[in-house]
Design a protein around this ligand. Structure first.
Ligand code: UD1
Length: 371
């Protein structure tokens, strides 16, 4: 199952690994259509070489209830028809939760990629999605040490949890050469190491007065650095509707995966409120400044290059100084963020006869195979 931009990078390497083992797996890719614009969706299928989705549910935008309900109503008959042995759902978006609930209610086993992340902030829709999915999923694939603690604290059985590594980093590792060949900085007339890349799209930041403050602060530091901001449609729509000024900040259309990662890889720093980008910058060892009060990915702070600025755009003013001070502080890449997570997942799944009853026994066999 995929639905939104960040899902594609997490599922593509798993789908590719399953496809490499036709004797063990037959997989079907379903796209809910939560994201649908070409730069938010199609471009990723082309660049990640995962093939077109086998089924498209076309749910589009809407309120949380509308989006969730549409995924459930459209997915249920498809799952009834396909009768899969397992439904794999990634991340924490509305499509993830809707798909997990639909499958669980049909008694179809569910595996959650990126299980156990918690911000402990239920004002974030994603946090509600994470908690729900991790309660109904049968297999919990984690990529961060604290995820296991969260799952056990919520009553999950340790045998259901497997630390497999980070499938989004699999995509980054697999496409590293193509990302380098892309050379987005040169295409945009930027000096490598001399600009700030920005992505901001969360409702808490862009749907209220903070977006204007953030743009003012960014315009101010655009004197020190070039500031490049590929804007999510939600953000762009707000900027246009409110007529917000952005001075020398370069607003761009959303970029595809390869050009965006090329932009990040050569940046002096990245300002974001995204989840995935906190991880990608940690892997690439690029300073990341997260404009949120919390993160469900604390390992990127404790081990990686991420720093929480708080939901306080006035702190953007500190970024040039923080980048100068961070010079050489490269952090450490968390364990098993190594490009092999999808192989471990496929090894584990191949060791199972059925995905519910024999998980405990099969997991032991799969872990042995993975080792
Ligand atoms: C969703 C996820 C969020 C994730 C983000 C990544 C939920 C609750 N949120 O947020 O966790 O970080 O995706 O991008 O699932 N729009 C378009 N074209 C598109 C998609 C969206 O114009 O292809 C616009 C629409 O105006 C839409 C708005 O963006 O109403 C928000 O889209 P939606 O999918 O509801 O949430 P995101 O903000 O994208």
């Amino acid at each position: 199952m995929v639905g939104t931009r960040p899902n594609f990078m997490k599922v593509a390497p798993v789908a590719a690994e399953l496809a490499r083992r036709p004797e063990a797996f037959e997989h079907v890719l379903v796209h809910t259509g939560q994201h649908y614009d070409r730069p938010m969706s199609d471009v990723f299928f082309e660049q990640l070489q995962v093939g077109r989705p086998d089924h498209m549910l076309d749910v589009g935008s809407g309120t949380h209830a509308q989006q969730t309900a549409r995924v459930m109503a459209r997915l249920e008959p498809l799952l009834d028809e396909l009768q899969p042995d397992l439904v794999v759902v990634p991340g924490d978006v509305n499509s993830t939760m809707a798909a997990a609930l639909t499958a669980a209610k049909l008694q179809i086993p569910v595996a959650h990629l990126e299980a156990g992340l918690r911000s402990f902030d239920r004002t974030m829709p994603e946090e509600i999605n994470r908690v729900v999915v991790d309660q109904v999923a049968d297999l919990l694939f984690i990529h961060s040490p604290e995820a296991r603690d969260h799952l056990l604290a919520e009553g999950r059985d340790p045998v259901d949890v497997a630390y497999v590594g980070n499938t989004m980093i699999d995509t980054l590792v697999a496409l590293r050469e193509r990302i380098e060949a892309e050379d987005t900085p040169t295409a945009l007339g930027l000096t490598p190491g001399g600009y700030l890349a920005v992505t901001l799209h969360r409702p808490a930041l862009v749907d209220g007065p903070l977006l204007e403050v953030a743009l003012d602060e960014l315009a101010r530091i655009a004197g020190h650095f070039d500031v490049v901001f590929p804007a999510h449609p939600r953000t762009r729509a707000r900027i246009e509707a409110e007529g917000l000024r952005h001075g020398r900040v370069r607003l761009l259309e959303p970029l595809g995966y390869l050009p965006f990662m090329s932009l990040v890889a050569a940046a002096a720093g990245v300002l974001t409120d995204s989840g995935g980008i906190q991880e990608e910058t940690t892997y690439l060892r690029i300073p990341c400044f997260t404009l949120r009060d919390n993160t469900e990915r604390p390992v990127t702070v404790s081990m990686g290059t991420n720093r929480l600025l708080g939901l306080d755009p006035s702190r953007i003013a500190e970024i040039p100084e923080l980048i100068a001070r961070a010079d050489g502080a490269e952090g450490v890449i968390p364990p098993l963020w190594d490009g092999d997570a999808s192989r471990r997942i496929a090894d584990l799944l191949a060791g199972l006869d059925d995905y519910r009853g024999t998980w405990a026994a099969g997991r032991a066999a799969g872990e042995e195979a993975a080792a």
